[in-house]
Design a protein around this ligand. Sequence first.
Ligand SMILES: Nc1ncnc2c1ncn2[C@@H]1O[C@H](COP(=O)(O)OP(=O)(O)OP(=O)(O)O)[C@@H](O)[C@H]1O
Ligand SMILES: [Mg+2]
Length: 496
Amino acid sequence: MCYPPVISTVVEQYVGMVMEGLRKKLVLVCGLAAISLVIQLVAYIYQSNEFQDDFKNLQNIHNFMENVLDLRRYEKNFVYRIDRADLEEMLVYIDKIESGLESVRKSPVVMKYEDDINQFQKDLAEYRQYTLIAQNGQEADLRAMRECGHKLLLFSQKVLDQNQIYISAGLHKIMIVPATVMFLFSGGLIVALMFLTIATIKQIKFVTSTTRRIAQGDFRPVSPSETGYHTYPMIIKAFNRMIKELDYRHEQIVQSRKLAAVGILASGIAHEVNNPLNNISLTAEALIEERGQMDPADEEEMLLDILSEVTRASKVVNNLLDFSRSHGKMVFEPVDVIQMLKTTLKLIRNQIMLARVTLKTDFPQGECWINGDLDSLKQIFINLCLNAIQAMPDGGLLSLSIVFHHENMVTILVKDTGYGMSPEVIEKIFVPFYTTKSTGQGTGLGLSVVYGIIKKHNGFIEVNSNVDNGTVFAVSFPFLREPEPDNEKDVENGAS
Ligand SMILES: Nc1ncnc2c1ncn2[C@@H]1O[C@H](COP(=O)(O)OP(=O)(O)OP(=O)(O)O)[C@@H](O)[C@H]1O
Ligand SMILES: [Mg+2]
C-alpha cells in the first residue's frame, strides 16, 4: 500500500503552493504596475512634446496677430495723414504677414480652416493692391482698404482665439489625464491587493478548519464546492488522499481496540461460561452414577437441564463472537438503541459484577432507531462503561439512560459515581494515547476511538465531570423513529 502524505506534509505542501501562488500574483501585480507606469511616462513625454509644438504654434500665431495689428495701426495713420512713410511700413508688415503665414499654417487648428486661409491669402493680395491704389488718397479706395484690413484682422483674431482654446484644452489634458489614470491605477492596485489578501486569508482558513476537522476524526472527503474557487485542485486531492489514509488507519485502530476489549471481556465471560459448565459436569456425573436406577421423568429433567446450560453457555460465547467478528468497514443500518444497549450490557455484566458496581438503566419503553453500525455502537458503550467501572475501584453506581433533549437527536447518558476528572484532564481525554492510567492499564485510545465512531454517525459527545464527584458522558445521535413516550424503569444489580 502506498501511504499518502501525513498532515504536516500536506500542510507544508499547501503552504508552499499558497506562497508560490502569492509570489506569482504579486510579481504579476507589480509587473503590471511597472508596465503601466512606463506607458504613462512615455505617454506623458509624448504629450509634453506635442504640447511644446502647440505652444510654438501659439507663439507664431501671436506674432502673426501682432503683425496684423501693427499693419492696421499704420493703415489708420496712413488714412489719417496720407503719409507715404506709413504706406511703406504697411508694405513691410504685409511682407511679414505673408512670410509668417507658412508657420501659422502648421498649427493643427489652422489646418482645419484651409478655405479660410486661402481666402486670407487672397484678401492679403487684394490689400496689397489697395495700398498702391490708395496712394492717391481717394476716400472710396481708402474705405475699401480699411474694409479689407478689417477682414484680415477678423481672420487672425479667429485663428488666435481657436488656438488659445486648443492650447487650454491640451493643458487640461496634460494635467487631468495623468492624474485620473494615476488615481484609477492606484485604486485598481489597492483592489487587486485586497482581493489577493482576502483569497490568501480564505486559503489559510480553509487549511486550518480542514486540518482541525480531520484531527477531530471527521474523515468526510473535501469537496471543491466546500472550498470555493480559491483552493487549488491539487491540494484538495492531497487532502482527500490523506483523509483516506487516516480513515484506513483509524479503522485499524478501531479494530485493534475491539480485540483489546474482547480480551478484557473474555476474562469476565470465563466466569459466565464456567457456571453452566460446572452445572453440566455435576448433572452429567449424577446421571452416570445413577444410570439405570433413576426415574425416567427425573432423568429427562436432568438431561433438559444439561441442554439449557449448554444453550446458556453458547449464548454467552456467541455474544462475544458477534462482537469480535471483524468487519473491514462499518455497515450502517437501522439499529434499535435500546436493544443495542441491552446486549452491550450483557457483554460487560461480569466486569460490573466483579467491580462491585450497581447498574441502573432508565430506558423508554418501545424502540428507538438510529442509523448506525451495530458493532461500532456497542464498542462506544463498552468503552464508556469500562472507563466508568475503572473510575470506581471501590464500587459505585453506573447509570445508563436515554433522553431526547434535542430536536431529532437521541442522547444516551452514561453516568458514574467514580473519582471524576479535573478540567485539565477533560481537555485531553479525546486525544489519542492520552491516559492517566499506569502502564499496562490503559492505552489512552478508548475515547479517541469512541469520538471517531460517533463522528461517523453524525453524532456528538459531551462530558461533564468533577473531581471525586463522578462523570457523565452524553452521546447524541440523529434518530430515525421516536419511541413511545411511556418510560419503563429498570434497575439491575450487577452482583445479582
Ligand atoms: N468515567 C471516567 N471517569 C474518570 N476518568 C475518566 C473516565 N473516562 C475516561 N477518563 C479519563 O480519560 C482518560 C482517557 O480515557 P481512554 O478511554 O481514552 O483511555 P484509557 O481508559 O486510559 O485507556 P484504554 O481505554 O485505552 O484502555 C483515562 O485515562 C481517564 O483519565
Ligand atoms: Mg478507556
